[in-house]
Design a protein around this ligand. Structure first.
Ligand code: SAT
Ligand code: MN
Length: 585
């Protein structure tokens, strides 16, 4: 149905290998959505939810062994091992094609193969790129419809160009022993088999928009980052945009959809969501860095999402949403832990079993998700689809640190900011498996998503700094300092706006700062505490304190971490040495 010869040839090739019973070319139309939805419901793959309470919403359960991304089965397949670097699993390219070829051989027999053309980024934007995903999963098609601009529009944008990311997916037998998520950055290709879950199979997301795109960005002079994009409007109606990168379990989605504290809202402050997960950044004609959200939807974690923690996220999911691995009520609505609604007497849990409160298991899988259109978010920015993107005033890194990092600090320079991002870390929580309080380094929150050698990735950041005439300032935040009883000191959530407003004042040159060995810190009185009863200036002083012994340990660990990277740029080493010197160690 489409005329692009490169797409046609590739799809033919793939069909020859996977041998589907039929091929369906997706056009993205409403008629198509209805047809596929009906079909998915009739086969039991999707369950239709209560259409009065949740119009357009569907429910899906994955296999019990297939509930999250699988980093140990995710590979960067290049000719040279060094090009994947020390942080990725590597497989030699031809070997990977051979292995996968065997697995894909006949994998779609008796099934329908769907061809999904899609755009990452706003249609016809110079930021945007086209992908084609071929899949035998109707669940993937329905999700890609929400997460990307999909169908005819993508083929229109592609025209007769051969320049598209070739994504091949088959759920295969969903056998975890034979699961592989392989990226071929040199060939613009992604092959994923034996999974039917989220980031393993919605190939536009982490696979393309981060791993392949980070590789393309380095080649082409732009950046693909694991960052939310947020607009802050002041009472005068001026909007400034920031991006922020956090490792998981740091409240990234909550920050992306933050609700200002009441007193700030009354004054006229507003917060606008541009993106919740990924930013593509390019240098604009004005010499600033501009960002777009390449996605069109949110693939968010459901548990913990409530009217208190994130009303905007919850409201986004009230229609046209796909719920995966949450619990199902008798009334065909959804429930999850910490939804802010008491558990009903009876539920069907994410495994499909009957569940009652107090039975000792979780009703929703901790990584259960909603797939919801971004345009339904009450806080969505009017600029979120602007093909030119939004200009970025500040970039924020952060992590969960009980003692080390202060509430906020500003880096001295771009290169220092890159160093701060490169040594970013978070302490594990009880929610994750494994020990609590273990420090995990996660450079720019990109550790599992850098599609090439991590040393080259840092070098690309350094290079970008040289090319951006007016780069955003780089900050680090930590909402998670604890007191001697292990209690969080800072209230977090909407009150984080108070910190972001200091950041924006710094960028505008409206406020002085205190120069410390680790960076510029706020003067305690410059964090606006209006309407915050539990926090006074002494608490802020505590949140901004820097303990020399703790930092002596921190830099030791940073050194150990960085020493693993053989292509580490000299600039990062220099920043490390300078920090050690400033600390007087
Ligand atoms: O599963 S996804 O990669 O889409 C989401 C996540 O793990 O962050
Ligand atoms: Mn993410």
């Amino acid at each position: 149905m489409y005329n692009n010869i490169h797409v046609k040839n590739w799809v033919e090739e793939v069909a020859k290998l996977t041998q589907p019973a039929e091929i369906v070319w997706c056009d993205g139309s409403e008629e198509e959505r209805e047809r596929l939805t009906k079909e998915a419901i009739s086969t039991g793959e999707m369950i239709e939810l209560n259409q009065e309470e949740l119009p357009g919403c569907l429910y899906h359960r994955t296999a019990e062994n297939d509930v999250a991304r699988v980093e140990h089965l995710t590979f960067i397949c290049t000719t040279e091992k060094d090009d994947a670097g020390p942080t990725n699993n590597w497989m030699e390219k031809t070997l990977a094609y051979a292995k996968l070829g065997t697995l894909f051989n006949g994998a779609m027999k008796g099934r329908t193969m769907y061809v999904i053309p899609y755009i990452m980024g706003p249609a016809f934007s110079s930021f945007s790129k086209v992908g084609i995903e071929v899949t035998d999963s109707i669940y993937v098609v329905l999700n890609m419809r929400i997460m990307t601009r999909m169908g005819k529009i993508a083929m229109d944008m592609l025209g007769d160009s051969p320049n598209f990311v070739r994504g091949l997916h088959s759920k295969g037998t969903v056998d975890p022993e034979k699961r592989m998520i392989c990226h071929f950055p040199e060939d613009n290709a992604i092959w994923s088999i034996n999974s039917a879950y989220g980031g393993n199979v919605l190939l536009g997301k982490k696979c393309f928009a981060l791993r392949i795109a980070s590789y393309l960005g380095r080649k082409e002079g732009w950046m693909a980052e694991h960052m939310l994009i947020l607009g802050i409007e002041n009472p005068k109606g001026e909007i400034k945009y920031v991006t922020a990168a956090f490792p998981s379990a740091c409240g990234k989605t909550n920050l992306a959809m933050m609700v200002p504290p009441e007193s700030f809202a009354k004054e006229g402050y507003k917060v606008w969501t541009v993106g919740d997960d990924i930013a593509w950044l390019r240098i604009g004609e004005d010499g600033r860095l501009w960002a777009v959200n390449p996605e069109a939807g949110f693939f968010g974690v459901a548990p913990g999402t409530s009217m208190k923690s994130n009303p905007n996220a919850l409201l986004t999911t009230k229609k046209n949403t796909i719920f995966t691995n949450v619990a199902l009520t008798e009334n065909k609505t959804v429930w999850w832990e910490n939804m802010g609604v008491e558990a009903p007497d009876k539920l069907i849990d994410w495994k499909g079993n009957e569940w009652t409160p107090g039975c000792g298991t979780k009703a929703a899988h901790p990584n259960s998700r909603f797939t919801a259109p971004a345009c339904q978010c009450p806080s969505i920015s009017s600029e979120w689809e602007n093909p030119a993107g939004v200009p970025i005033s500040a970039m924020i890194f952060g992590g969960r640190r009980a003692k080390v990092a202060p509430l906020v600090y500003q880096s001295f320079s771009w290169n220092h900011g890159v160093f701060v991002g490169a040594t970013m870390a978070s302490e594990t929580t009880a929610a994750a498996t494994g020990a609590v309080g273990v420090v995990r380094r996660d450079p720019m929150a990109m550790l599992p998503f850098i599609g090439y050698n991590v040393g080259d990735y840092f070098a690309h950041w350094i290079e970008m700094g040289k090319k951006i005439p007016n780069p955003p300032a780089i900050f680090n935040v930590n909402w998670f300092r604890t007191d001697d009883n292990g209690k969080f000191i800072w209230p977090g959530f909407g009150d984080n706006l108070r910190v972001i407003l200091w950041i924006l004042k710094r960028v505008a040159g409206e406020v002085d700062a205190v120069e410390t060995p680790i960076g510029y810190l706020p003067k305690p009185e410059d964090i606006d505490l209006t309407g915050l009863d539990d926090i006074n200036i002494d608490t802020i002083k505590e949140l901004l304190s820097i303990d020399k012994e703790t930092w002596a340990q921190e830099v030791k660990e940073q050194k150990e971490f960085l020493s693993k990277f053989d292509r580490l740029p000299a600039e990062i080493k220099d920043e490390y040495e300078a920090l050690v010197k400033r600390l007087g160690l």
